[in-house]
Design a protein around this ligand. Structure first.
Ligand code: UD1
Length: 341
């Protein structure tokens, strides 16, 4: 298949590109490199022996999007492009809505004009907002859009709705919404991985930078939640499992719109992540408990049964595997993709 990855140079996109190339698909990436580097894709080419067609464009710019995609030939789109920093979205809501919604609207119009019917969208468990306290594993029948605490999360819920409405008007559209839980880890080679700009917002990249000595200690956001040890519980999914989930979704598309949770079904607390990372790295991770972070949930764990059954997909890698692979990436690339020095 010829697959277009929007935002394909990023953390998740580069791993999806690798899995597609290994399968023998053709990969085209469109990215504006606003939060990624072409170096990741160069490494994917080296790892796989494949080649990636790279187009630099900002899809939120209608004219640029049309110009970039007009002459490209592709049968399916995996739409990963978008801004994703929660705190930044609170400070710059209109930028988040404009970028994430306009890029999706432009893409959908271009797909329709070209009669490209296959779409996999990079959504997030954040669309479940603040679920009822008695729900311990989230399945796809949970209501979405209620109690979302930030504009980033709302862009994901809005885009899910936009895709559903577009499909009503264009019944041939075959769309899947993938609701990621917490992607972590890296390709086991340690050649590609997550390269956050500035201070990492997310737990595992922060822990990785503490382990390697780039930051002094981890701040644990609260230890009074009703969880196993009082710290927040999440469903951490190895990025290679997540990437394979995209390929599974691509091969099971049919007309309509379906949502799938991509998660392991298992929750781990912040302190469990710290211990797993210490075991994988052999380093101590100093931490200090601080106040809870605004908008955080006590726990968020997937029920992945629907994806297991319909997509014939399940996670096979553990939290320990993710820590080992994150550590390999971190030690080989202490400055991410930036040149050393
Ligand atoms: C966050 C976003 C979510 C987004 C996802 C991926 C919020 C409320 N949610 O999910 O919308 O899709 O990132 O980008 O921001 N923690 C610490 N110390 C840290 C960092 C995190 O204790 O320095 C804790 C958090 O309180 C949480 C867990 O670690 O319990 C995971 O946090 P994080 O990696 O930021 O992911 P989420 O908050 O689940």
């Amino acid at each position: 298949m010829r697959v277009l990855l929007t935002g394909g140079a990023g953390y998740i996109g580069s791993h999806v590109a690798l899995v597609l190339l290994e399968r023998g698909d053709d990969v085209i990436v469109v990215d504006d490199f606003s939060n990624s580097s072409p170096e990741g894709l160069r490494r994917v080419e080296k790892l796989t022996g494949g080649s990636i067609e790279l187009v630099e464009a900002d899809l939120a710019d209608r004219a640029a999007a049309e110009a970039a995609l007009a002459d490209l030939d592709f049968e399916a789109v995996i739409h990963l492009a978008g801004l994703k920093a929660v705190g930044e979205s609170v400070a710059q809501p209109s930028r988040y809505f404009r970028t994430n919604l306009n890029s999706t609207l432009n893409l959908l119009d271009i797909m329709r004009a070209k009669d490209v019917r296959k779409l996999v969208f990079s959504s997030s468990a954040t669309v479940y907002g603040t679920p009822d306290a008695d729900v311990d594993r989230l399945d796809e029948s949970q209501p979405i859009g209620i109690g979302i605490t930030n504009p980033y999360g709302r862009t994901k819920a809005f885009i899910e709705q936009i895709i559903a409405d577009v499909q009503q008007a264009w019944p041939e559209l075959e769309a899947v919404l993938l609701r990621y839980f917490n992607p972590v880890g890296a390709h086991p080679s340690g050649e590609i991985g997550e390269d956050p700009a500035g201070i990492p917002n997310n737990l595992m990249p922060f822990v990785a930078q503490v382990a390697v000595g780039r930051r002094e200690k981890l701040s644990v956001f609260g230890d009074q939640y009703p969880t196993v040890d009082g710290t927040g519980v999440r469903d951490y999914i190895h990025v290679m499992d997540l990437a394979e989930g995209h390929v599974a979704a691509l091969t099971h598309l049919s007309p309509g719109v379906e949502a799938y949770n991509l998660g392991s079904g298992e929750g781990h607390s912040v302190l469990e992540v710290v211990r797993a990372y210490e075991a994988a790295s052999g380093r101590e991770i100093p931490f200090e408990v601080v106040a809870p972070r605004a908008g955080d949930l006590a726990a968020s764990v997937a029920d992945p049964a629907k994806a297991n059954a319909d997509l014939d997909w399940r996670t096979t890698r553990t939290l320990g595997d993710a820590c080992r692979d994150s550590w390999a990436w971190q030690t080989k690339n202490p400055n991410g993709f930036a040149p050393v020095g």
